[in-house]
Design a binder for this molecule. Structure first.
Ligand SMILES: Nc1ncnc2c1ncn2[C@@H]1O[C@H](COP(=O)(O)OP(=O)(O)OP(=O)(O)O)[C@@H](O)[C@H]1O
Length: 571
């Protein structure tokens, strides 16, 4: 199916699995609640299907065998077969998860283990469409095919035609669902060597920066650069330039001059710094993308973002006091805001633009005008509250892949590393990201894990940019089994083989939980999230569970097995 022009009165977007018909007159809450319910139904449904069919608790679904005990009665043996329950059948689970035409990700197994591990991708994440059907130019489709990318994900199917229709968009879809290509592909259809042939009468513009992509961290910025280079191919990779902080600024300025890139990707500070020095000309820029927009519009980045919004794609300055007020409203630049978690404040800000801004989710497209302050999705959230925490909590709903399984267990602070070790062994996880809140204790955890024979390394902002890149590469290559890190790695980091995320410290709120958890279960793969907290903190996890509307089950790791408690045992 190809999307037609948006009809403001009635907007229908059908996919193979659902159809939403949205009207202008309907308040968003009427639209969003069924949508939310729908999502969670899907999430729960999928979780139940898995439970019914194939033993959701083991990493056997990741083709890594593990021992799991359910409610102290149901066990899965190392061979993956159920001992006593029809709820667990690895055969059925394998039927559900099938492999796709996706470029195989590099193995990230610890070299020493020698176990072959493949995380399979859930076919249901993809709709039936091909990239051709979405109207992408043939050269671009060829390049995608060469990279092994043959079918768009749902959010790509939804976003590509909408961006091609020149709407400003807010893209919200859960972690690991392919949001990066959802905005990159329509941009590369319009600019650069793979773009669609020019219509008659349209003359070629002289080379200039045509797209600016902003990301909150150096790591995420570099990841986006790699994605653009991959699509452009080796001959044209100079057409994208990174402008991330921590890298040599004069080299970046020289590269801008010499290579004449058409796309720049960077962090707010560095982009605004080079722009202020007069060495980055973005006035005729056609696209501005803010990836992880909710973070970029936080107070920390306010001044840099103000400059970027004021200058990118603006031929003349307009004074304004508001960061996303009239300065962001302009006639030519198309603005794309992206995150798994979109608080209402972003929607409100984005509404001030022109170009009929719309909210794009995997299965729905909603004009921003029709969105009203959300009513509480959950009973404990105050409907009338416009407090940031309310907005933040609302934002996290629907941000998690349905394929994730969530558990929590309690442990004394001094025994957390031991619990982590038991957790890794019980689940036989091979590629683990463990989150903490502070930088200092990371080294200690690495030391303790290594002492227990688990190869681990630390990643945080204080280790220098080169070391950060090296650590990340080694972790992706499987040289380390556990990456112990802080919030730096919570957003955007794409390690497809990550099969387990562990919270050694509680995340600040449900939005932070969602981004951390989203480092596993990428692109429909199976993934497990375990929060190890102290007894007195367990109520916080239960609160987040309600806010996120996902089952986070209490468990213990004992005798090499994951034992899931029934809720009444702990409450
Ligand atoms: N159509 C596709 N076919 C196969 N792989 C894809 C496709 N689209 C994206 N991917 C891969 O899926 C992974 C996740 O994509 P991406 O990082 O864009 O997710 P995301 O939604 O931005 O996640 P997050 O919210 O965590 O940043 C990446 O490895 C990407 O290369």
């Amino acid at each position: 199916m190809r999307l037609g022009q948006i009809n403001r009165n009635v907007l229908a977007l059908a996919s193979s699995r659902s159809c939403f018909v949205l009207g202008d007159n309907l308040p968003f809450r009427m639209l969003s609640l069924p949508r939310t319910a729908g999502f969670h139904q899907t999430a729960w449904c999928s979780s139940h299907i898995v439970e019914d069919r194939g033993g959701p608790l083991t990493l056997a679904s990741l083709e890594v065998q593990s021992k799991v005990e359910y409610g102290k009665k149901e066990k899965i043996s190392r061979t993956g077969g159920p001992r006593s329950s029809s709820r667990m059948s690895s055969i059925n689970l394998k039927q559900k998860v099938s492999s796709l035409n996706v470029r195989p990700a590099k193995s990230s197994l610890p070299k020493s283990t020698g176990i072959k591990k493949t995380l399979k991708v859930d076919e249901a994440l993809f709709s039936a469409k091909s990239f051709e059907e979405l109207g992408l130019p043939p050269l671009l489709v060829d390049r995608l095919n060469k990279e092994g990318l043959t079918a768009p994900t749902e959010v790509q199917s939804a976003a590509i035609p909408i961006i091609a229709q020149k709407h400003d968009v807010v893209i919200q879809s859960y972690t690991g669902s392919g949001k990066t290509l959802a905005y990159l592909l329509p941009i590369l259809s319009e600019i650069g060597p793979l773009k669609r042939p020019m219509e008659q009468g349209n003359s070629e513009k002289k080379s200039a920066i045509e797209a600016v992509i902003v990301a909150p961290s150096r790591e995420l910025g570099m990841q986006i650069v790699r994605e653009v280079k991959k699509i452009l191919g080796p001959n044209d990779k100079r057409l994208v330039q990174q402008l991330v902080g921590g890298a040599n600024r004069s080299r970046q300025e020289e590269a801008l001059k010499k290579n004449k890139p058409i796309i720049v990707v960077g962090t707010p500070g560095r982009i605004s710094e080079i722009s202020a020095s007069g060495k980055l000309h973005t006035h005729s820029c056609r696209f501005l993308v803010l990836d992880e927009v909710d973070q970029l519009l936080s107070f920390n980045y306010r001044e840099d973002m103000h400059r970027i919004l004021e200058h990118v794609g603006r031929k003349s300055g307009t004074s304004s006091r508001d960061i996303l007020g009239p300065i962001a409203r302009r006639s030519e630049r198309q603005t794309v805001l992206v995150s798994a978690t979109i608080p209402f404040s972003v929607i409100r800000a984005a509404r001030t633009w022109g170009h009929d801004p719309v909210l794009v989710r995997a299965k729905s497209v909603v004009p921003l005008e029709s969105i009203t302050v959300p009513r509480p999705v959950l009973p404990q959230i105050d409907a009338n509250s416009s407090s940031p925490s309310n907005s933040v909590n609302q934002a996290a709903v629907g941000s998690l892949p349905p394929s994730l399984e969530h558990y929590y267990c309690t442990s004394k602070a001094q025994h957390k590393v031991d619990t982590l070790r038991r957790c890794i062994h019980a689940l036989e996880a091979q590629t683990v990201i463990a989150f903490m809140n502070n930088t200092k204790p990371l080294k200690d955890v690495v030391f303790k894990l290594e002492a227990r024979g688990i190869k681990a390394t630390e990643l945080h902002g204080d280790i220098g940019k080169l070391a950060r890149s090296t650590v990340l590469k080694k972790f992706k290559d499987g040289e380390f089994r556990v990456l112990v890190t802080n919030e730096l790695s919570a957003r955007g980091l794409d390690v497809p083989e990550c099969d387990l995320v562990v919270n050694l410290d509680l995340p600040t709120d449900s939005t932070h939980y969602a981004h951390r958890a989203g480092r596993t279960g990428r692109l429909g793969r199976k993934g497990i999230v375990v929060t190890i907290c102290e007894e007195t903190e367990a109520f916080v996890v239960r609160k987040m569970r309600k806010q996120l509307s996902v089952p986070i089950k209490p468990c213990v790791f004992t005798e090499g097995e994951l034992v899931v408690h029934k809720e009444e045992d702990v409450e």
